[in-house]
Design a protein around this ligand. Structure first.
Ligand SMILES: Cc1cc2nc3c(=O)[nH]c(=O)nc-3n(C[C@H](O)[C@H](O)[C@H](O)COP(=O)(O)OP(=O)(O)OC[C@H]3O[C@@H](n4cnc5c(N)ncnc54)[C@H](O)[C@@H]3O)c2cc1C
Length: 387
């Protein structure tokens, strides 16, 4: 059966997850002879994403693509205000086009990889081969990796809450110097909460340039005009009046513990956000993709079973409880994040969000929160799992 496949691996979508996996594959001799096809519907992808993440400042893997980095972060709300160094970490920003161009160049140089701009319509496994249809062609592969995210998959169920991290961002340039280029505003909850979890995210690119993003963790999107109105108000409040908008960004990232891996089969693996690789409680994905890509490249063999790839850890449970609370009490985000930042070192929080803390550190972080609300959600969750 196997020789009926045109390719060893087909990837649907040429976004962060596919390109990180393919880049890592190219660094391993054993993938040099594997035939790879990447199918992407959009032939005009440029700077459609600004990816930010933290890691040790000294790490150099992403450095060629890093547009900016910050050693300090601020967190503020009506009850908390802190500015701290996060060294030895740095908060880093990559504009997506730099990464897309790099991997596209890699693809051009490697004869074993094809990149075709075709929209995937469907895929189906027959025997040991996955058949993939686009509007123009059909292809077959031994393994298929799907990064095409479908909101319906998670939204058609009610067992796991589904929130979105949604935002509109403006890249602005000001006449005067208004920003500290060493300090990123991680979360500023001083904006009106209006029954949700709403904050500003400010990333200075220089003394007079910054990305200002109005962000919510909530169920439903706003009208585009409302995000913009809030950014305008925030800038006025900060006494920033003389500015021009040089670029805009908009996005919505899934926040859910829905087990996307249920859709995996022996020959099909869902990757990236479509595979549940987005951290449910924060929306951060980029570094989780890097970690998963490393694990996947080590896991892949000629006869592996993709159903065995995903493993659930205790952080999944923490995220689930947190999302249960946020879905029930969407206005509580500011309070909960404030308590966490008031009572814990930001570096420990970053390690916790990165799923790298020890159990005793996690217990200390959880003690920052009012016990009642989480115990109540835990009871509800356990009762639900019994039915
Ligand atoms: C604007 C924005 C900013 C973000 N910023 C951050 C951040 O700062 N930090 C962080 O950790 N995460 C961030 N994220 C979340 C996450 O890192 C990104 O969404 C990341 O790109 C997810 O990678 P992916 O491979 O799952 O999906 P994508 O990168 O979206 O890749 C999927 C690809 O599939 C293509 N596609 C869709 N349908 C089809 C089809 N039928 N056939 C073929 N191709 C198809 C799409 O065009 C796309 O190229 C951000 C998300 C957005 C939207």
């Amino acid at each position: 059966m196997k020789n009926k496949a045109d390719y060893d691996y087909i990837f649907a979508g040429a976004g962060a997850s596919t390109l990180q996996i393919v880049k890592q594959m190219q660094q391993h001799e054993r993938f040099k002879n594997k035939s790879i096809l990447i199918l992407e519907e959009d032939s005009n992808k440029t700077n459609d994403r600004t990816w930010c993440f933290w890691e040790e400042k000294s790490k150099d893997y992403w450095q060629p693509f890093v547009r900016c980095q910050w050693d300090n972060i601020t967190f503020s709300s009506n009850t908390a205000a802190l500015q701290e160094s996060i060294l030895p970490y740095a908060y880093k920003m990559i504009r997506s086009n730099a990464f897309y161009s790099h991997v596209h160049e890699l693809v051009r140089k490697n004869k074993n990889i094809d990149l075709k701009f075709e929209k995937v319509k469907s895929f189906e496994t027959k025997g040991e081969v996955v058949h993939v249809s686009t509007a123009k062609n059909s292809y077959a592969s031994t393994y298929y990796f799907n990064s095409v995210f479908d909101w319906n998959t998670a939204q058609q169920q009610s067992k796991f809450p589904v929130l979105q991290q949604h935002f509109v961002g403006w890249f602005i340039k000001t006449k005067e110097d208004c920003f500290d280029p060493n300090t990123a505003t991680f979360m500023d909850f001083s904006v009106a909460q209006k029954g949700n979890t709403r904050f500003m995210y400010v990333l200075p690119l220089s003394n007079n340039e910054a990305l200002i993003e109005y962000t919510l963790f909530s169920k439903n999107l706003l009208n585009y005009a409302e995000y913009e109105r809030e950014i305008r108000q925030y800038l006025t409040h900060k006494n920033i009046r003389n500015y021009s908008i040089t670029e805009t960004e908009q996005g919505s990232i899934p926040m859910t513990c829905y087990p996307f891996s249920k859709q995996n089969s022996k020959r099909v693996l869902h990757i990236g956000s479509a595979g549940g690789w987005t951290k449910a409680s924060t929306g951060f994905t980029f570094k989780f993709i890097e970690r998963k890509a490393t694990e996947l490249v080590a896991f892949l063999s000629d006869e592996c079973d993709m159903r065995l790839f995903e493993k659930r850890n205790r952080f999944w449970w923490y995220d689930l409880l947190f999302l249960d609370v946020l879905a029930q009490h969407n206005q509580k985000g500011s309070f909960l994040f404030s308590r966490m930042f008031q009572r814990n070192n930001p570096k420990t929080i970053l390690r916790f969000l990165d799923e790298k803390t020890t159990f005793s550190e996690e217990v200390r972080i959880m003690q920052s929160f009012p016990v009642g609300i989480f115990v109540w959600q835990l009871v509800r969750r356990l009762m639900r799992s019994l039915h």
